[in-house]
Design a protein around this ligand. Structure first.
Ligand SMILES: Nc1ncnc2c1ncn2[C@@H]1O[C@H](COP(=O)(O)OP(=O)(O)O)[C@@H](O)[C@H]1O
Ligand SMILES: [Mg+2]
Length: 259
């Protein structure tokens, strides 16, 4: 259970006089050969928002996150992530943010604890044992700390990926399909954690193909299909109309002729 944060992303410490944009994408585009995976997407995410990029498999979510985190360069367009251009300074972007890539697993030859210590050392963190201990407690996998990552279940590996992403208490986290591989109890813990994290002033950009996640925890969503952003807006705009996200989403995607 998330019990609040003693760390530096407390809202009152970061209080800003105007809403700061943590992510700004302008006409961001990625072609893989003849496939246009992301097609001129412009969007922005303000500090303290939980933004969900929602779309079916193959719609371009992972490609979008990879460009925003400096893992791949865009074919065209540009982005600013915490004021940094990820295409020009990918290392600096990754130093500032937390990332959970899609389907990525920690190194097979390290134990869970060794991996977290490794990440903490790379990030020059203090109080390493305390930080790691907090994550083992929060996600309830302290009993696995001495198990080699290759022998961990997929769910436990995903917990470890969560821990590494938030170990340095980043102001912004980008998470590709966050709840995949987690059982319903752990999904609840992670959802509560993410809501608490934005309540404390942190910002989250997540991708998901699961409508319920977007509806339940996101402040704002963007709907992506065939690389194009079909809609973006507050979730409460939809719920206020009494419209269920599922029917809205299906109408958008089915009605998308690619024009
Ligand atoms: N490295 C790659 N090389 C070629 N095509 C790719 C590559 N990565 C993704 N694609 C294609 O780009 C499109 C978008 O993929 P992706 O961003 O992974 O979507 P999503 O995360 O929404 O499932 C798909 O058609 C996919 O096959
Ligand atoms: Mg994906």
């Amino acid at each position: 259970m998330y019990t609040g944060c003693r760390c530096s992303f407390k809202k009152n410490r970061w209080m800003v006089t105007h809403m700061q944009q943590m992510i700004e994408a302008t006409e961001l585009t990625k072609n893989y050969g003849t496939v246009t995976a992301v097609n001129r997407i412009s969007l922005s995410v303000a500090e303290g928002e939980l933004f969900g990029l929602l779309g079916p498999n193959g719609s371009g979510k992972t490609t979008m996150i990879r460009m925003l985190t400096g893992q791949i360069p865009p074919t065209a367009g540009s982005a600013r992530v915490m004021g940094i251009d990820p295409a020009k300074d990918p290392v600096e972007v990754r130093r500032s943010i937390g990332i959970i890539p899609e389907q990525e697993t920690p190194p097979s030859f390290l134990t869970a604890e060794e991996y977290l210590h490794f990440v903490a050392k790379i990030r020059n963190l203090d109080a390493i044992d305390e930080r790691c201990g907090r994550w083992f407690d929060l996600l309830e996998f302290g009993d696995k700390r001495d198990v080699l990552c290759k022998d961990l279940s997929r769910g436990t590996r995903q917990k470890l990926m969560f821990a590494q992403a938030f170990l340095h208490e980043p102001r912004l986290a980008l998470i590709d399909e966050p709840l995949i591989n987690l059982d319903p109890i752990m999904q609840r813990t992670v959802k509560d954690f993410l809501r608490g994290y934005v309540r404390d002033g942190g910002t989250v950009f997540l991708s998901t193909h699961i409508l319920e996640i977007a509806e339940e925890i996101c402040d704002r969503i963007g709907v992506i299909h065939n690389g194009r952003l079909l809609h973006s807006g507050p979730v409460e705009d939809l719920t206020a109309t009494g419209r269920h996200l599922e029917s809205f989403f299906l109408d958008l995607v089915r009605g998308d002729t690619g024009a």
